[in-house]
Design a protein around this ligand. Sequence first.
Ligand code: SF4
Length: 903
Amino acid sequence: MSNPGETVHTTCPYCGVGCGVKVAIDADGNAQVAGDKTHPANYGRLCSKGAALGETLSLEDRLLYPEIAGQPVSWDEALHAVAEGFRRTLMEHGPDAIAFYVSGQLLTEDYYVANKLMKGGFGSANIDTNSRLCMSSSVAGHKRAFGSDTVPGCYEDLEEADLIVLVGSNLAWCHPVLYQRILAAREQRAGKPKLVVIDPRRTTTCDAAETHLSLKPGSDTALFNGLLIHLYQQDRLDPEFLEQHVAGFWSAYQAAKAVAPNVPTVAARTGLLESDIAEFYGSWGRTRKVVTIYSQGVNQSSHGSDKVNAIINCHLATGRIGQPGMGPFSITGQPNAMGGREVGGLANQLAAHMDFAPDEIERVQRFWQAPVIARHPGLKAVELFQAVADGRIKAIWIMGTNPVVSLPDADRVREALRHCPLVVVSDAIANTDTVRLAHIKLPALTWGEKEGTVTNSERRISRQRTFLPPPGAAKPDWWSMTQVARRLGFGALFPFESPAAIFREHAALSGFENAAYRPHPLHEGAAEGKKASCRDFDISALADLNDADYDALQPVQWPLPQSTPTDTARLFGVGGFFTADRKARCIAVGPRGPAHAVNEHFPLILNSGRIRDQWHTMTRTGKTARLTNHIPEPYLEIHPLDALACGVTENMLARVHSRWGEMIVRVRTSLEQQPGSVFVPMHWGSPLAPRGRINAAVNPVVDSVSGQPESKHTPVRVQAYRPSWHGFLLCREAIEPPEVEYRVSVRDRECWRYELAGESMVSHWPIWARDLLGDDPSWEWLEFADASAGRYRGAVLLDGRLRACLFVAPSHELPLRGWLAGLFAVQELDSAERASLLAGRPGQGQRDGGRIVCACFGIGLNTLTTAIREQRLTTPQAIGAALKAGTNCGSCVPELRQLIPQN
Ligand code: SF4
């Protein structure tokens, strides 16, 4: 924990960019957060989420004490109950009846202990992670191509490339600091790198791109197979690299030719214009320095690993890998998805980038000195929860993740946990959809309170450091697992008293009998009579760090073998892949497409994803109004023609149905959405939006190679949802919201906002309002009710200050919320403001700034559009000079640029 005046260097807890953050505690105990100029991931930049970190540190909603069956207990009681529950399950049903479901939010040290406890303690591999949902197809693709799960490049490559192709990646919103690095490079390098975006949806990322290829959902493999054919036909291959470092080119070529022999066939498969395809292929072929970035749009597919390999094939065939400014580049979603992969936190990995080959099992068991060890892969996330549902898994420990919101077919996951005999949840948050189902709740530390390391998308290991004291009885996850392990009799395996000790063991295992970076591979460094293996992940140079060195550890890129303890920015530039013959593999990619096609009942394709200012299930980013006001409600983005066909219009509510479930959502029509597809964000869970969980409707089909679910392609039907009434409530204090059919809770600036809609008619709104808000003789009520028209406007004042207001109408046409929320800042409402409350519209001189676009300075859409029109602002720089918008973190600049031509 830091003292006032001290500055702590740590790492952002959100996305896989892994930005360095400086935190200073001021004299009032508040955390001042800024980008760390010395951190090589961001050099001082932060996006809107990172910049708002200081506003998310309250203890509101925190789980602070262990609980059993909803009752607070001591740690000793809780740990005893967890250990006894697992012991009983182990004795009665064997190790495979136990499972851990962990998270890319865990630090590497927590992950290491979880993996070791499951695989070396219980002897099962039933540990999987929510990283399965975001990048396991990349892991599978890497392993098939490189023989190892290696990201070959680094962030500098994005600045040094001449062409960047973004496939299924809304980088501007999901990895904003990398997007800003690219844009900054373009300013320095006369417009290079050029950008091509390949995405069915026209996202904000397209704003700066020279080309947007809006291909049919799921047709990426056809496009990249066609590129491979083009590269061959145009003599763009690198024969020397292929000869020396790659196998399998011809089988990949034949498979590609069967699927995509020429541009017209690719055009038919992808829905793109032949001329656009030819231009893209020509540009890719001519440009040596090309980076292909891919993310969830590639990975979250029932053939995601094929998509990954179709991309990698093109880079291998042209030798464009591991050299400055070139290579395939998987960008991970979570802050420590990579660290989880390194320790072996996926069910199909063993540990330290070793799998389940007999010699690797024997090596890991010998290193751990474990009496038992997992001998075969465990269940991957979706099948793991299916096993909970059908009773094969009888005890599960979930850490730092919320599968009832984030897994596909999420209602089934909820039912599975409801019926599971033992559900243990370690979490920092008290009231998530998943925590609610726990028999035993263990309070965990969160960002700023816990110590350890994370690895970002470019293999860079950085420290997360503490600057806050542990609240209540919360403890680090490694500690609670170690305590349970000791109670189960595994104490010898878990002697750890600090994250540093865990990290040392993790680093030592990575180098144990690993000859990858030694002069005589396969022989040196092994125990007598044992053969060393050749593994990409080696950080053994860090195995002897003392506690002070660990504390001071600077960001560093692996591999870091003892022989070369300095950063390695790139791999594979001169081959050296991690296969038996050290050659990479081109993989034959066939014509697999999405698992479920649309049909007359479900005619639209649902694509789910992230939005700019929210993170996962909003437990942290939902705490600050400057982030919630960018997009306050779950929404459905739909093309106007589809909206017309479905009978929905802008701002009304709609039901999204699939074979698996349904949700209710606000409609936004957009020409940026391809006809036939709709988009819904993934963030909302029951505490904020009980009917807004999109994963209730998402298809649980997975990629057969990677096990990653197809979150980007669910056939759905969209229908108008017509409740009897619509309304919203603004309240100075949070209240228990009413049980109505549609409800979304949003933190606004000085109030809470509840968007509401109900199916039952309310006979007397003044009574309903008092039942909800209470009443007090000191309160002043201003009310307008027109029962025949179904309208009600009511406001409660205390000493002239607005305390709450409720607006109800028969349709979604309701007053502007921003202007009303602004009245909560007024000390005493004057007569004009009171009159405008009753009239339901701003009076003279009152303005509604609109939804927030610039989160840093709280600049709303209406303010921006007015200024653009009235002051004739024609560039984001001009908007910045006039209003400051876009001049801090820069995350909103793409939206500012879009507003200019629109206005
Ligand atoms: Fe955090 Fe934003 Fe950096 Fe991602 S890009 S690590 S969310 S500051």
